[in-house]
Write a protein that binds this ligand. Structure first.
Ligand SMILES: [Zn+2]
Length: 153
């Protein structure tokens, strides 16, 4: 097994979908709940875990947080934490996980995954499914989007 050639292109920012998408209110994967100075947060539509959100760095293309200047890094992580606090307030999880992976799309983003009392794997990293399941019920999804937007306004 090797990293595909495409990964190295994406890592350099060539054809990076997160750079090319701009700052939309909706993506194929989620709805924006927060628009910060340097980051956008999207509540994920796939029925993986209630409240699962992705915070996307919206500056120039970087693959690793180590590529940020100190002020950029401070501002990015403070915006990530702001989203985390809203998820804590709205959903009261047992634990929040912050995953900085980027193994399939190497543009800096942070997965925030609430872990609940009835978690699929307590004590371990969240077991993401290989393929996205169908979307969350739209009425429930929109209610969470509205509540989180209000907390993050
Ligand atoms: Zn990018």
């Amino acid at each position: 097994m090797e990293w595909p050639a495409r990964f190295y292109e994406l890592r350099r920012g060539e054809g990076c979908p997160m750079c090319e998408q701009g700052r939309p209110d909706e993506t194929p994967y989620g709805a924006r709940i927060f628009a910060g100075d340097l980051a956008d947060a999207y509540l994920q539509r796939a029925d993986i875990q209630r409240g699962y959100s992705v915070v996307v760095w919206r500056g120039r293309h970087v693959a690793e947080p180590t590529e940020l200047e100190p002020e950029e890094a401070a501002a990015y992580w403070l915006e990530v934490l702001r989203v985390g606090r809203a998820l804590e307030r709205h959903l009261e999880p047992v634990k929040l996980n912050y995953d900085v992976l980027g193994n399939s799309l190497p543009h800096l983003h942070t997965h925030i995954i609430p872990r609940y009392a009835d978690d699929p794997k307590p004590g371990w990293p969240f077991p993401f499914p290989e393929d996205d399941p169908p979307p969350i019920d739209d009425v429930a999804f929109r209610a969470d989007v509205d509540a989180l937007r209000a907390l993050l306004a």
